[in-house]
Write a protein that binds this ligand. Structure first.
Ligand code: DGL
Length: 276
């Protein structure tokens, strides 16, 4: 069991150079990868994009758990010391099961309802997320706990992940869909918009243009990266070895769109296509 290893300081030390594993249903988790890589540049990272099965947002909880287990097994076989579930849908539906089943630390994403509700002046905040996230028990509990006295306008981002995955981030179709999803929230006078899906930060320029600058957009990327760092420190798993680090990206579908997103980072990252 990995836990036994983690509790042994010598073995922990041996594991510190092992990679951090990150998975998502596709390219959305790259928004999380960027935050993690920027505060933990000395870490080896393996990113897994299950684009073949995207979107997760419309799948049953059982299927999301099944796919999350498959992704986790792949990353554990590669020796990952910690796994970041860089997908709100898998975080809200599957992390409980993953934590029960495996002993490596899991970092999950929680939609940033708390800061939005705390800071809202209109006492009305919007959340854009997948159906799987919005209908999850964890999302319901988070809203109940952190948004007392605040109206939370929930909107399923129907179709957004599909357009992003197919490279149509800046298309007229995207503009039409975003307006359809965002106008009802604006009519309700939201002053905070929570992005509850890791794919959506790629749409911030278009979203800002539609909602204007009086509405503040929040996503969870930075908080997830900070939490990853905290847990690595706590578990004594920070990579202190001064060697060349490696960031690997695996995808189980044609990597063209994924590669174009990696190219934006100007770091020569290469996506590798493989069946898993
Ligand atoms: N990036 C995933 C999330 O954060 C997208 C879900 C999907 O594939 O529908 O929820």
């Amino acid at each position: 069991m990995v836990e036994a290893k983690l509790n042994n300081p010598t073995l922990k030390d041996n594991m510190s150079a092992n990679p951090i594993g990150i998975f998502d249903s596709g390219l959305g988790g790259i928004t999380i990868f960027e935050e993690i890589h920027s505060i933990l540049p000395n870490e080896n990272i393996i990113y897994l994009a299950d684009s073949e099965n995207a979107p997760y947002g419309k799948k049953s909880k059982e299927r999301i758990i099944e796919l999350s287990i498959k992704n986790t097994e792949f990353l554990l076989k590669k020796g990952c010391k910690l796994i970041v579930v860089a997908c709100n849908t898998a975080s809200t539906n599957a992390v409980k099961t993953l934590r029960e089943k495996y002993d490596v630390p899991f970092i999950r994403i929680q939609p940033a309802i708390k800061p939005a509700a705390l800071n809202s002046k209109t006492k009305t905040v919007g959340i854009l997320a997948t159906e799987g996230t919005i209908t999850s028990d964890l999302f319901y509990e988070t809203s109940q706990k952190f948004a007392r006295g605040v109206e939370v306008i929930e909107q399923i981002g129907e179709g957004l992940v599909e357009l992003i995955e197919s490279g149509k981030m800046n298309s007229p179709d995207m503009d039409v869909l975003l307006r359809k999803h965002l106008y009802p929230m604006l009519e309700k006078k939201i002053d905070y918009l929570v992005l509850g899906c890791t794919h959506y930060p790629f749409l911030i320029p278009q979203i800002s243009e539609i909602i204007g600058y009086n509405v503040t957009i929040i996503d969870s990327g930075e908080a997830v990266a900070r939490q990853t760092k905290n847990i690595l420190e706590l578990e004594n798993l920070i990579n202190n070895k001064v060697s060349k680090t490696e960031q690997l990206f695996y995808i189980n579908k044609d990597p063209e769109v994924f590669q174009s997103i990696l190219n934006r980072m100007n770091k020569n990252f290469k996506a590798v296509q493989l069946n898993f």
